[in-house]
Ligand binder design. Structure first.
Ligand SMILES: [Zn+2]
Length: 68
């Protein structure tokens, strides 16, 4: 499964947390804002807010609260 950029339909890496390519993201939001969005999305994903299916195995084997 490969995602497509919502702006230019270029291939976006499936592991990417956003639905558009870096070029379009920077063009739309600007570099600084784009980086902030990506960081926020990656943090949310790390917390299990976005991709429960992908983080299940990790959460089952590790109690995340132990790290806080
Ligand atoms: Zn694009």
């Amino acid at each position: 499964m490969t995602k497509k950029c919502i702006y230019c339909s270029a291939d976006v890496e499936d592991t990417c947390v956003i639905d558009f390519c870096e070029k379009c993201g920077v063009g739309v939001f600007g570099r600084k804002m784009f980086d902030a969005i990506v960081q926020n999305m990656e943090r949310a994903r790390a917390n299990g807010d976005l991709t429960h299916s992908q983080s299940d195995s990790f959460q089952n084997s590790t109690n995340l609260k132990d790290f806080k």
